[in-house]
Ligand binder design. Sequence first.
Ligand SMILES: [Zn+2]
Length: 102
Amino acid sequence: MKHRHSTDTELWCGACKTMHPRSAFGKDKKSPNGIAYACKAIVTKRNRAMHTKNKTANNARHSKLRAARKASSEHITWALKRLLSDAKQRALSYSRHTTGRQ
Ligand SMILES: [Zn+2]
């Protein structure tokens, strides 16, 4: 193994299997030296991939929840509440518009 020959200016990137300048690395509180084991480019890419993956999972969960809410009797209450608050908002903005104009 000839990796981990970190110098003052360069660090080994565990993901690219090559050396990068220290500036290419982000911080990582969990790592022993406080520096991420992979360069920022990899971490960013990985985070984005994770996010996309979670987004799919989250969307699936949300649509399931939405379906459950629609199916339940609470849906009516919930819809009425929203209708009421919408109407209230409209009434408020309407009175705000009319008063002060005369
Ligand atoms: Zn790298």
